[in-house]
Design a protein around this ligand. Structure first.
Ligand SMILES: [Ca+2]
Ligand SMILES: [Ca+2]
Ligand SMILES: [Ca+2]
Length: 216
C-alpha cells in the first residue's frame, strides 16, 4: 500500500467515524448506512403484521427519529389501488420502545389495542374489540406494573363489563395488602398526553381520538 493509499485509508476511517462513510472507496467494506440504520427505531413486527405493508413514520418531538409508525395495506378495488391503515405504533417517550399499539380492520374499526403506561417496555393494558361493532370484548390489565397481567375484564356485546365479578387477586404477597382498582386518570400515558397538550382518550377500551399521533 503506497503512502497515498494509506493516507486515503486513514481519511476514510476518519470519515466513517464521522458517519460520512466512504462511498466508492475499496477500503470501505461496511455498508455506509449500517451503523446509522441500527440506531433508528423501526416498526416492531411482533406487534402487528408488517409483511407487505407500507410504513409511514412521523417524528413527534422533531429529533429526526421516528415515534409514530403507521402501516398501510394496499388493495385493488375494481382496478383502483386503495390503501387503508392496518396498524399504528407510537413511542411517546422516544426511547424506541412502542408504548401504544392499535390494530385496525379493513373498515377502520379498532380490533386490538395495547398500551404501556409506565414506559417500562411491557404493555400494561391489552384489549380486544368486536371487529364488526367496534365494542370492547376484553381488556387485560397489569395494575401493579410488574410485567404480568393481573386482571382480565370481559365485556358483553353492548360493551358492558360482565366479568370478572371480583378482581383477581394476584398481587405479590404483602406488596400492597389490598386490591387497587384501575384509575385511568393516574395512568402515566394519559398524564403525559395531557402535559403535551394532546387530547386524552376516554377509557382505554374506547377507540382513540385526536392527538398528533392520529394526525401524523
Ligand atoms: Ca422523535
Ligand atoms: Ca417508548
Ligand atoms: Ca408497562
Amino acid at each position: 500500500m503506497s503512502t497515498i493509499q494509506q493516507a486515503g485509508a486513514i481519511l476514510c476511517l476518519a470519515l466513517a467515524a464521522a458517519s460520512s462513510g466512504c462511498k466508492g472507496k475499496k477500503e470501505s467494506t461496511t455498508p455506509k448506512d449500517a451503523a446509522t440504520d441500527a440506531s433508528i427505531p423501526k416498526v416492531d413486527p411482533t406487534l402487528c403484521e408488517t409483511e407487505g405493508k407500507n410504513v409511514l413514520t412521523y417524528d413527534l418531538n422533531k429529533d429526526t427519529r421516528p415515534d409514530v409508525w403507521r402501516l398501510f395495506k394496499s388493495e385493488d378495488e375494481g382496478g383502483t389501488a386503495v390503501e387503508y391503515m392496518t396498524c399504528k405504533q407510537v413511542d411517546f417517550d422516544h426511547d424506541g420502545r412502542k408504548d401504544w399499539v392499535v390494530g385496525y380492520n379493513r373498515k377502520g374499526t379498532v380490533v386490538y389495542e395495547k398500551a404501556d403506561f409506565d414506559y417500562d417496555g411491557k404493555f400494561d393494558m391489552s384489549s380486544l374489540f368486536d371487529p364488526k361493532k367496534g365494542t370492547v370484548l376484553e381488556i387485560e390489565r397489569d395494575r401493579d406494573f410488574d410485567g404480568k397481567y393481573d386482571l382480565k375484564e370481559i365485556y358483553d356485546s353492548s360493551g358492558q363489563l360482565v366479568g370478572p365479578t371480583r378482581p383477581q387477586r394476584r398481587w405479590r404477597a404483602g406488596s400492597l395488602g389490598a386490591v387497587q382498582e384501575h384509575h385511568p386518570h393516574r395512568d402515566p400515558l394519559r398524564r403525559r398526553l395531557r402535559q403535551e397538550g394532546r387530547p386524552t382518550r376516554g377509557d382505554p377500551g374506547r377507540s382513540p381520538q385526536g392527538g398528533d399521533a392520529d394526525r401524523a
